[in-house]
Design a protein around this ligand. Structure first.
Ligand code: NAD
Length: 357
């Protein structure tokens, strides 16, 4: 049995991880530490027993130390971050504060509790990071492996790179038992509708434009969030301390292909279920028009990385990792989830101006 702090557990991936962990390890204690920023949402943890949500900032080292002591924490799974590249371009300060200073605050508290006080108990600090730290690939470049040199290009990826280096240093210098995962683009339930897939699904339902950056040919690897959480579970249970594991979906797609999949999926859903036209009368699909009519090409993101691709042979070979879905299957599940959970996303739309770009 373990006692976990899950930072950022009220956000998209963190919440999916908490749901999964509750199922696979029901005897473990879970404390979610989350500042409930615009991206955090209590509702993401609805229906879960035995999960304590503490509203607080990872930069508050005293709070983290107290939680570790009070709950006899032996495992920290660190998701909390400012995570949206576009926001990092217009306001990078919060990214440095949460992603760099916040990660260091957690590391300091973990070191003090687990090493300086000499409990001698096994412990684990798992850091969740991104493939964006490796920079941008050309069309023929080899995919990112765990030994690819870091070359972050956005304030977001630079702040995540800084946090990765601090985790590495705390292992190397002090012997903190760390693991890190660098993962590709996630999608799935509970994703805040500012990211491409949920934003475009909801725009399609309300007849708003689908704004595609540049020529739409930027390539990403797409991974269903539950497959990412499976990867993290394997790393926590079987991963080697001090190691980094890349996690991907093996689904490299240009953005325009993702948008086409969204348009085709929404059209097919409306064709199969006439009640959708009553629920979402502003959708082109409700009027028999193609959702693709909403596609609009907009000025490219500043410094937009062209291509990311993940070489995941290490996690597959060492830990037996195998994502359960390809993109079409994962996307179909995700579309069904958003159609079935309007009660989850409607309050978020009212809370934020989401279609600013
Ligand atoms: P998210 O933005 O949905 O959630 C982040 C959560 O962190 C929110 O609940 C927010 O309230 C919380 N948070 C932010 N600042 C905090 C602070 N100072 N103290 C405590 N809590 C704070 O992000 P996500 O998409 O779930 O990403 C989770 C992690 O996975 C991040 O570290 C991100 O870099 C990484 N990641 C994300 C993706 C992706 O595609 N979304 C891909 C690879 C890696």
């Amino acid at each position: 049995m373990a006692n976990l702090i899950v930072t950022g557990g009220a956000g998209f991936i963190g919440a999916n991880f908490v749901h999964r962990w509750r199922k696979v390890e029901p005897g473990d204690g879970i404390v979610v530490l989350d500042a409930l920023t615009y991206a955090g949402n209590r509702a993401n943890l609805d229906g879960l027993d035995g999960v304590e949500l503490v509203e607080g900032d990872i930069c508050d080292t005293d709070l983290v130390s107290k939680l570790i002591a009070d709950h006899q924490i032996d495992t920290i799974v660190h998701f909390a971050a400012e995570s949206h590249v576009d926001r990092s371009i217009t306001g990078p300060d919060a990214f440095v504060t949460t992603n760099v200073v916040g990660t260091h605050s957690l590391l300091k508290a973990a070191k003090a509790a687990w090493l300086d006080k000499g409990t001698g108990r096994p412990h684990r600090f798992h850091h969740v990071s991104t493939d964006e730290v490796y920079g941008s690939l050309g069309p023929d470049d080899a995919a990112f492996s765990e030994t690819t040199a870091y070359a972050p290009n956005s304030p977001y990826s630079a702040s995540k790179a800084g946090s990765d280096h601090l985790v590495r240093a705390y292992h190397h210098t002090y012997g903190l038992e760390t693991t890190t995962s660098n993962c590709s683009n996630n999608y799935g339930p509970f994703q805040f509708p500012e990211k491409l897939i949920p934003l475009f699904i909801l725009n399609a339902l309300s007849g708003r434009n689908l704004p595609i950056y540049g020529d739409g040919m930027n390539v990403r690897d797409w991974l269903h969030v539950e497959d990412h959480c499976l990867g993290i579970e394997l790393i926590l249970k079987k991963g080697r301390v001090g190691e980094v594991y890349n996690v991907g979906g093996g689904q490299e797609l240009p953005n325009i292909r993702v948008v086409e999949e969204i348009c085709a999926g929404v059209d097919a859903a409306f064709a199969a279920d006439p009640s959708l036209a009553e629920r979402f009368p502003d959708a082109p699909a409700a009027k028999g028009q193609p959702t693709a009519s909403l596609k609009t090409f907009v000025e490219d993101r500043k410094g937009h990385d062209r291509r990311y691709a993940i070489d995941e042979r290490k996690i597959r070979g060492e830990l037996g990792y195998e994502p359960a879905r390809d993109f079409p299957q994962g996307f179909a599940e995700t579309l069904r989830w958003y159609l079935a959970n309007e009660g989850w996303w409607q309050p978020l739309l009212e809370r934020a101006k989401l279609n600013a770009r």
